[in-house]
Design a protein around this ligand. Structure first.
Ligand code: HSE
Length: 312
């Protein structure tokens, strides 16, 4: 068999939580991805070159999401060194799984380059180890979305059970991103806002929303998916970090969004729609509500997409 010298892999953006699925739900986002080229090197260790968006992402592998993943894989399998070029397509700090996109691409790229035959659980473990660079802990929901695509559910305690559902047809995703001041280590800070104890009644309602979300995806019921994008625990703890959040959510729902919630740790806000005709109104609503709080914004229209893959 011919030995491969290099691979190029892509890792899509993702949106985690979807309301009640904190750390255990995520979707992959279509058409928005990081590209990573990995080349075997004669020298030990890892070099990283960052291209694409001007992100200020460090080149030191120990501080780089993809670098940490590569360090851990090299150590585990006693591999030779690599050179890595990362082209960022997913802007960091927006709640769109930017670090996970890189981590997922590096994981599938290394798997192919060194013929590692990693299981899904192993891929998840290695990719999640890269999240330490941005969140301070290795939460696995974004990387699960980026790695496996579709709507992904994982057991956040063990990272051992991974189930991915294909999205129903014509489920459109519209995401508004307010131009708020970037916050360093944003996800770690947003996690500190979450209470360590919650009311029993809130946990009961969150379990109901989460169960209905899974039921919605498993039966392809878009209305049920949208109605389940709610959360009585994390959303109330984080809403104040997003300009005009509750007004924006209620206006989007009034004009036809199926459901609205914070994308990951924010500040992006994700909405699901079941037809294209409402897109211009939804876009306008995002712009208007963020503007009324004093912020410009951008709006992305996408769909639930496929997971990370080697393209070359
Ligand atoms: N579940 C993580 C969090 C996702 O909300 O902190 C971060 O994108």
């Amino acid at each position: 068999m011919k030995k491969i010298k290099d691979v190029t892999a892509i890792g899509p953006a993702s949106s985690a939580n979807l309301g009640s699925g904190f750390d255990c739900f995520a979707i992959a986002l279509d058409n928005l991805y990081d590209t990573v080229k990995i080349t075997k090197s004669k020298n030990p260790g890892i070099t990283i070159k960052n291209l694409g968006l001007k992100t200020g992402i460090p080149n030191d592998p120990k501080e780089h999401t993809g670098g940490i993943v590569a360090i851990n894989i090299i150590k585990e399998f006693n591999l030779q060194g690599i050179n890595m070029t990362v082209k960022k397509g997913v802007t960091p700090g927006k709640g769109l799984g930017s670090s996970a996109a890189t981590a997922a691409a590096v994981t599938v790229g290394m798997n192919k380059l060194f013929s590692l035959k990693l299981t899904n659980e192993e891929k998840l473990k290695f990719a999640a180890s890269g999240e330490v660079a941005s969140a301070g802990i290795s939460h696995a929901d974004n990387v699960a979305g980026s790695l496996f695509g579709g709507f992904v559910v994982i057991n956040s305690s063990t990272c051992e059970d991974i189930v991915s559902f294909s999205p129903p047809k014509n489920l459109h995703v519209c995401i508004g991103i307010p131009k708020v001041k970037p916050v360093a280590k944003k996800t770690g800070k947003a996690r500190k806002l979450i209470p360590s104890k919650v009311k029993f009644t809130d946990s009961v309602s969150n379990v109901s929303y989460a169960a209905m979300m899974v039921a919605g995806f498993s039966t392809g019921n878009k209305r049920l998916i949208g109605k389940s994008m709610n959360d009585n625990i994390v959303e109330p703890a984080r809403f104040s970090t997003i300009p005009n959040y509750y007004k924006l959510k209620s206006e989007l729902l009034k004009i036809g969004a199926l459901g609205v919630t914070i994308s990951g740790a924010g500040p992006a806000v994700i909405s699901f729609l079941d037809n294209k005709t409402s897109i211009p109104k939804i876009r306008q609503c995002f712009k208007k509500q963020f503007k009324s709080a004093g912020y410009d914004s951008s709006v992305i229209l996408t769909k639930i997409g496929k997971g990370a893959r080697v393209i070359n």
